[in-house]
Design a protein around this ligand. Sequence first.
Ligand code: ATR
Length: 281
Amino acid sequence: MIRRACVIGHPVAHSRSPLVHGYWLAQHGIDGSYGLEDVAPEAIDGFLNTLSDRGYVGANVTVPHKEAAFRAAAELDKDAAALGAVNTLWYEAGRLHGANTDVYGFLANLDAGEPEWQRALGEAVVLGAGGAARGIIHGLLGRGVDRIAVANRTFERAEALRAQFGPKVVPVQWRDMPGWLNSTRLLINTTSLGMKGQPPLDIDLSLVSPDAVVTDAVYVPLETPLLRAAKARGIATIDGLGMLLHQAVPGFERWFGVRPKVTPELRALVVADLAAKGQLV
Ligand code: ATR
């Protein structure tokens, strides 16, 4: 019988996950499918509780349903339990399991892009304090990063992250963020600034050490103004597309029984799709 999975979101039409999983299904000759499910917030709990009745062996869950997926799962992995958010669902012995593979995806993308990123890393600077920032902070703390400065327009949200994660998280007023740039070796944008249709993230990269790594959770466009400016200064950059590709790996393995690889060919396929839609820059 064909094994079916999907990504559930609202909206979800823009998702590149079907492209990624479709590539792996074809590559491994697996009799499976991966589709899109646009589910409105008022319908999400009912949908998740009947996932297997709908013929699915599991699903990815994206904005705004990751908290609903957390509630729906009977079993949680450590990252999902810590974050209260689930992006990957599957069944084991009839019970719905939930994981948060965004954390793994973020770290695997850094490891692949700059294998030495943790060396000489005293503190990291995270811009933004939403759901993406929470996952990333959790992942960095799990890798033993000593101090994470979190700068956010709404300071209270940065303070809430300190309350959640403890004193290694230092909340920073947005206007004070430039003062933290020269001591960091890792700068991460998790805000929506720089996304297509949003204002650019306007920061002075002359303050950032040439040894630093700059990464952006945004991947539409693929080369955000932040990454372009960093490259122009010779600073190492890692784009957000790799996080999307790597977070998909554990789900595919659960649903289809093969651990797939993030290959240059897969990346090129998604980059070509971004290019076709004018989303490279
Ligand atoms: P996600 O779950 O993807 O992280 P989010 O919770 O909506 O999304 O968070 C978006 C982030 O972008 C927030 O940190 C937000 O700052 P606020 O907490 O002050 O809203 C940040 N952001 C969005 N627009 C911004 C802007 N114009 N200037 C600065 N930060 C902005």
